[in-house]
Design a protein around this ligand. Structure first.
Ligand code: ZN
Length: 96
């Protein structure tokens, strides 16, 4: 039974892929050379985090490997310096 279920799930996934046109996102930082990844820029880093404060994978944001690595480093730095919360619950506990 679970095998059959998995097969169905994969089939539906393939169908969805065919429906949606594959769009290759360009790396924001490679396109705009003036953009600079800074750990103090919480607004910019926030755009690479999910609602729960998790890092969004490269396949979603379209960043190149080089810039994704720099973002990860900046986000981790910003979290330690409290520019960005580690998790949503983490910040709510601290601030009541
Ligand atoms: Zn890039």
């Amino acid at each position: 039974m679970p095998r059959k279920g998995n097969k169905d799930f994969n089939d539906t996934q393939k169908k969805d892929r065919k429906k949606l046109p594959m769009r290759k996102k360009a790396c924001r930082f490679c396109v705009d050379k003036d953009m600079f990844i800074d750990y103090k820029n919480a607004k910019l880093l926030g755009s690479f985090l999910s609602e729960r404060g998790k890092l969004v994978p490269r396949r979603m944001t379209g960043n190149c490997a080089c810039h994704q690595r720099k973002i990860v480093e900046a986000v981790k730095r910003a979290r330690i310096l409290a520019f960005i919360p580690f998790t949503v619950t983490h910040s709510s506990v601290l601030h009541g």
